[in-house]
Design a binder for this molecule. Sequence first.
Ligand code: CDP
Length: 208
Amino acid sequence: MIIAIDGPAASGKGTLARRLAAHYGLPHLDTGLLYRAVGAACLAAGGLGDATAAARIAHDLDLTSLDADALRTAEVGEAASVVAAVPEVRAALLDLQRRFAAQPGGAVLDGRDIGTVICPDAGAKLFVTATSEVRAERRFKELSGRGDAVTYDEVLADIRKRDARDSHRAAAPLVQAPDSALLDTSTLGIAEAFAAALALVEARRAGT
Ligand code: CDP
């Protein structure tokens, strides 16, 4: 069973993906981390302007060496969104994601284009969203909780800018797959959102 979870920044898709993976005993890939790793490596190499260098970095990416904690900063999120708009970067990361999804037994993947491009035949597709203010509040708590010096207003502006870039790019834009189930988590806590996500996945599995 492949579960594809997409949605905008800080919508809660990562938490739901991890929980669904644990529930079903499936491996989980946070595909945002791949783009974050490419963005961080480009920043370290001097900038985001060189698409050929970014594609080379994406091509050589080693999944086993990703430092998730170091990649979850606001600066790296912004860099990820810039390199994610480069078609060659997306092409370089395609096989790795499809191979992960094709593991025997299945997998859970979360990102922006899982249900539309990476796994169009996934057995269950969720599109997780929430208002930008609620998402900014969650991300602000997460970032300030780990000691990053950010304000709520900065986080909100960053989320709006990134959503706009992710939704309007030509290559695999953030868009709800027509056959995905919409889950708005604006008024839901983690336990409620997980219960709702599980019910939607179970309905898909039952073919209802
Ligand atoms: O955690 P958050 O939702 O803030 O972001 P993320 O999932 O770590 O993704 C960071 C950036 O990578 C996004 O803003 C997208 O531009 C890009 N991304 C993408 O284009 N396609 C994916 N499948 C996953 C992430």
